[in-house]
Write a protein that binds this ligand. Structure first.
Ligand SMILES: *Cc1c(COP(=O)(O)O)cnc(C)c1O
Length: 394
């Protein structure tokens, strides 16, 4: 580590990070220690649904902090009950278990499916997942993920996660056997590069799982809470899962996740599931404030409109610089650069005051705040234009 990093030396190294430390955020903007501002299209990794430090989140935190922060998971609390009821009404599912991260919600989904299999499917426990999938960084969720670089890591893996190919229903069907209990899928694979599971594929999965008596689990940790222009990604395909997980956008920046299930599948016995911080009033009250904003009639229309504006601008840039596809839905969008220049584009864009992410060496991902303005999208496109001009000689 160099001298500029000295004040961060006590943090365990897990990855290289830019020297810049951010000290303040407001809406779509982040400010560094030198007072320089950056247009943020990473937003805490598709987490800050309403941008940085939105007044409704500040207010919910302050209100709840002055009322009740944590009363122990041994007791009910009103904010958790209210958010659970709201999520059930919006999703059509019946029961909610709150968690603190996406991986933890997915662990809960895996446990619930295995428990259901032990009761209803003669001990079936295998969950079919997909190549390229990302479900988290605990041992079980890493095992459920289909990230090639993880295949040999932290052996022995948790077993019972055979991998199929996204958008290929035959590949799923071939893996079904008497040990199979569920299929788990992201409606859009976010981390592996914004790869959309087609509506036809999700409908075929719903039919296959129904026909074979299996559970369908949607990992909506990245796609849920308005990100794709609908409250939940599955609404595009008009199919509903038996189990769904939410995290990222649900807390609008605070650590909050949820595992939702139908009544028929909600089969935990006392002691099977729990957690000290789970469903604490402070986080769930914030979750309710965020969900209330996203559920307002005009909100998702703006996500669609801004997404369309961003896609059209990216199409113009793709033509100008001979780039590839634009993929995604709503405000989860990727641009294929056709060359492995993603990391360079990210670095130069940051120098130019624009924060984006390259989930793959040839790919840029855009995940702005869902209340991003028309003007901010224009600014983003013009900084990206200048950045691409510096990296690619036209
Ligand atoms: C981010 C993500 C996770 C993991 O969530 P964490 O909060 O980082 O544990 C799981 N699944 C999907 C689809 C994600 O995007």
């Amino acid at each position: 580590m160099n001298a500029r990093h000295q004040h961060t030396d006590a943090l365990m190294w897990i990855t290289d990070r830019p020297a810049t430390a951010f000290v303040r955020g407001e809406g779509s903007w982040l400010f560094d220690a030198n007072g320089r501002r950056y247009l943020d299209f990473i937003q805490g990794w598709a987490v800050n649904t309403l941008g940085h430090c939105p007044p409704v989140v500040q207010k919910a935190l302050a209100e709840q902090a002055a009322t009740l922060i944590n009363c122990s998971p041994a007791f009910f609390n009103l904010p958790a009950a209210a958010l659970a009821a709201r999520l059930c009404a919006l999703s059509g599912l019946d029961r909610v278990f709150f968690a603190n991260s996406g991986a933890e919600a997915n662990e809960g989904a895996i446990k619930l499916a295995r428990k259901w299999g032990s009761i209803h499917r003669d001990g079936a426990f295998e969950i079919i997942t997909f190549d390229g999938a990302f479900h988290g960084r605990t041992l079980a969720t890493m095992s459920a993920s289909g990230k090639p670089q993880w295949a040999e890591l932290f052996a022995p893996k948790v077993s019972g996660f055979p991998k199929a190919t996204l958008n290929d229903i035959d590949s799923v069907e071939q893996l079904v056997n008497p040990r199979t209990v569920a299929v788990m899928v992201e409606p859009i694979q976010g981390e592996s590069g914004v790869i959309v599971a087609s509506d036809a594929f999700l409908r075929a999965l719903r039919k296959l799982t129904q026909d074979r008596g299996l559970l369908l689990i949607f990992d909506e940790i990245q796609t849920g809470i308005g990100r794709t222009g609908r409250m939940f990604g599955f609404e595009h395909a008009a199919v509903s899962p038996d189990i769904m997980t939410l995290a990222k956008g649900l807390g609008g920046g605070v650590p909050l996740a949820a595992l939702l299930a139908t009544e028929a599948v909600s089969c935990f016995s006392a002691g099977d599931q729990g957690g000290t911080f789970n469903g604490n009033p402070l986080m769930t009250h914030v979750g309710s404030a965020v969900v209330a904003c996203v559920a307002e009639p005009a909100f998702l229309a703006n996500v669609e409109a801004r997404g369309e504006q961003l896609r059209q601008g990216l199409h113009r840039l793709a033509e100008r610089y001979s780039l590839g596809d634009i993929r995604g839905r709503g405000l989860l969008i990727a641009l294929d650069l056709r060359q492995e220049i993603g990391a360079t584009v990210v670095d130069i864009a940051r120098e130019n005051g624009f924060l984006i992410n390259a989930p793959r060496p040839h790919l840029l991902r855009f995940m702005p705040a869902l209340n991003v303005s028309e003007r901010e999208i224009e600014t983003a496109l013009s900084i990206l234009d200048a950045t691409l001009g510096e990296v690619i000689s036209p």
